[in-house]
Design a protein around this ligand. Sequence first.
Ligand code: RP5
Length: 316
Amino acid sequence: MTSRNTALIVFFVFYFGVLNLTNVRSEQSPDSAKMMTSLVKPGIFRHVMCRNELYPRSNIARYPVPDEFVFWSVPFADYSPPSYTAPHIGGQIWADPPLPSESFNPKWNHNNGQVNRQSFHGNYEIVGGCFPLNPMGRTGIRGRGLLGRWGPNHAADPIVTRWKRDEKDQKIQHPKTGKNILQMVAIQRSDNKLWAIPGGMVDPGENVSVTLKREFTEEALNFTDKSNMVEKFFQNGVHVYSGYVDDFRNTDNAWMETSALNFHDEDGTEVGRLELMAGDDATNVRWTDLDGQQLKLHANHADIVRDVVIKRNAHW
Ligand code: RP5
């Protein structure tokens, strides 16, 4: 076989491989949706949002990482990403000290009750003597970037839903699928202007269930609700997802993971009736229709939300 033929075969295999993956991402069937979320696994899932771009709020370019070199298991001899930790992180109470350090030796892969350094994806490696290694592969940048913690940075994402209704309070069916349409409270993030689940970081020692309610109250209600209703509403969450987030801030040594729960207002009389008001970290807040054709969200939030749609047999 000539080298030209070999090159052509390699090109077609790669091209159609990528095409196939793209189709899986954009296909809207519930089965493929389930597959996508379960694809957020080391060695299968490839970074999309945290690769090949300028690092946010900096002029640092990520080292280009082609699809086939994302996984650490694939040798990439030329890989020499820049190291970056945002200057404003230094000394923050919510952030770790710089590494390497003589005095800072956390127990990696361990939860000490204050900071959870365990990953949902099993034990991660420590490289260079002290640096946690992103379990999903290369991101084109080392250091912590904008993230406070080395290793996993744990967040919580409350997916608050209700059914879309008409003026007579009847559920609206989508003309194409005939299924009821779910709506979710989404915020527009101030940092990247993308719509997102109104999630946030788990504070030291905080229980995830507290974070879920706190973040929703801060970001989507701007602390306006003084009733007991929200408190009660947040007692009935359905687990949706625990794992890695393809967040634009991730690096080779620091990354986002989340616990996502669905809080559903079946008859629209609880949170479904509240007036939404964007908090400090959000530019906007609104009830958003969950429609696979239209929905573009921050990180891989759309994949997470899609699981709620499947569970509730709603239109997508
Ligand atoms: C995402 O960023 C998480 O899924 C969560 O929604 C959010 C947490 O970060 P901040 O909003 O606190 O910046 O990766």
